[in-house]
Design a protein around this ligand. Structure first.
Ligand code: SF4
Length: 480
């Protein structure tokens, strides 16, 4: 495969993929031509395009520790704390360009998590996963393909373990071991960037027990392999992406990652692409590492998206004549405080990162979890403040089509006018941006992306060192 360098290369590569994508009950022939899928492709394409701009080279590219060549940072294994920090800076930069999720970080985190864990598995079980994974990584770095990080299984009845589910496929599993590879069956849910990626790197969804060896699985699969089916997830205001005009808010890049349900119906995977198969003791470590690496990100990308919300709210206030009010200035200051709090969490967990036995660097897990937990709260508060500043019109404004209509357009322009000299269309566009960025799927992505708040609380129990905290308190209170 010709290496992907430009947006044009990326789009062409997707045209040639011929993977089985379904949108609203219909098979999609060409994802790049579909109006509801194209914005997500545009967002991911910036991960290629920005890497070509000299001013972003330091953030968007890195030097491969395997080949010594310059590579896209999204295919890099973190070699230093500086790499961890640059990752966060890069995510905020791209969020400023897209105002949306640009998806490629999930695969980036999967590559790093599997790399460091494959090394540890080999140390413990004398397997050869690490060498195989390095070959796979080299292929990803040289071809510059986009990889989905595939962790979340559908999980069925959450009160039952994988092996006790009525349908054993609710957790992705090995159904056949052959001399040349394995056959897998199951599905991965909420797969960010699924329909516009080239490959998926599967990981287990949770720690596995002795009788769940078939579910302790990590492997790489091309998304056009026979038996792989992608079903795109419906989003809030999905239909607006297929309309002309500005009602979709962010018409060019969408609002969220473009998630898909990816089904594996007896898919063959050759042994060279298998990086965990049956060593159930290591599944939990791989899950924890991937989760930490993705939670590290959220103050970067969501901090950047929040900056857009702050800017849009300030413009809405300017356009409707409230920008000078002290309570508006106070709300904007509060929004900025929250955005910078998110960002500082991501920078902090990166700065406190450390080297794993594999040589790859890893962010501080407790701080990474705290960062993501803050995102589940602060993004909602930022959205609340944006709604407060924008006013009720953010939810009741007529269609773009009404503004264009020969009968009622003049009324829309007359009665939606704000400050003199500001075109009504500008006011409507900024309100639509706020509306779309602050509701429905966009909020849920902040709540559950990279794991739900409860998943972060579980980590406080494990990493928060409560016993030490009790000892400190006892000492000061002079309790023996
Ligand atoms: Fe990347 Fe953020 Fe999207 Fe996750 S939510 S894939 S970190 S942009």
């Amino acid at each position: 495969m010709k290496p992907i360098t430009t947006t044009k290369d990326y789009v062409q590569s997707l045209k040639g993929l011929h993977h089985a994508v379904y949108y609203n009950g219909k098979r999609v022939k060409d994802v790049t031509e579909h109006p509801a899928l194209r914005p997500h492709i545009n967002a991911a394409a910036l991960t290629y395009e920005l890497a070509l701009r000299p001013e972003h080279e330091a953030l968007m590219t890195a030097v491969s520790h395997l080949s010594g060549k310059k590579i896209n940072r999204f295919t890099h294994i973190h070699q230093t704390v500086d790499d961890l920090i640059k990752k966060i800076q890069m995510l905020r930069l791209i969020a400023h360009e897209t105002g949306s999720c640009f998806q490629r970080c999930v695969g980036f985190d999967a590559l790093n998590a599997v790399y460091m864990t494959a090394y540890d598995i080999d140390q413990k079980f004398k397997t050869d996963y690490f060498e195989k994974f390095k070959k796979y990584l080299l292929h990803v770095q040289e071809s510059n393909v986009m990889v989905v990080g595939g962790m979340t299984d559908p999980k069925g009845d959450r009160s039952l373990s994988p092996s006790r589910q009525a349908d054993p496929d609710l957790f992705t599993r090995v159904v056949q071991r052959r001399s040349d590879g394995i056959v897998i069956r199951g599905a991965k849910a909420h797969m960010t960037g699924g329909i516009n990626s080239h490959e998926i790197l599967l990981m287990p969804t949770q720690a596995m027990k002795e009788d769940e060896k078939d579910y302790a699985l990590s492997c790489a699969v091309p998304l056009n392999a026979p038996g792989v089916i992608l079903i795109f997830g419906r989003q809030t205001n999905e239909e607006r992406k297929c309309e002309e005009g500005f009602d979709a808010g962010n018409t060019q890049f969408g609002l969220v990652g473009g998630e898909a349900l990816i089904v594996f119906e007896d898919v063959f995977v050759p042994w060279e692409n298998v990086f965990l198969c049956g060593e159930h003791e290591m599944a939990g470590l791989l899950v924890e590492r991937f989760a930490t690496l993705h939670r590290q990100n959220y103050g970067g990308c969501k901090g950047g998206v929040s900056d857009i919300m702050v800017g849009a709210s300030a413009l809405a206030a300017e356009y409707q004549g409230t920008a000078g009010a002290s309570h508006i200035k106070d709300k904007l200051a509060e929004m900025m405080h929250l955005a910078e709090t998110l960002y500082s969490g991501s920078v902090a967990c990166s700065a406190m990162g450390y080297k794993t036995p594999s040589g790859a660097y890893y962010p501080d897990p407790l701080l990474a979890n705290t960062t993501k937990h803050n995102v589940t709260r602060h993004i909602y508060e930022i959205a609340r403040l944006a709604h407060d500043i924008a006013g009720g019109i953010v939810a009741t404004m007529p269609f773009h089509g009404d503004m264009e209509n020969s009968d009622v357009g003049r009324y829309v322009k007359k009665y939606l006018a704000g400050v003199q000299g500001v075109p009504v269309e500008s006011r409507m566009k900024i309100l639509r941006l706020i509306e779309n960025m602050s509701g429905g799927t966009a909020l849920v992505e902040s709540m559950h992306g990279a794991g739900s708040p409860q998943a972060q609380k579980v980590m406080y129990g494990r990493l928060g060192n409560l016993e030490q905290k009790k000892r400190w308190a006892k000492r000061l209170a002079r309790i023996d």
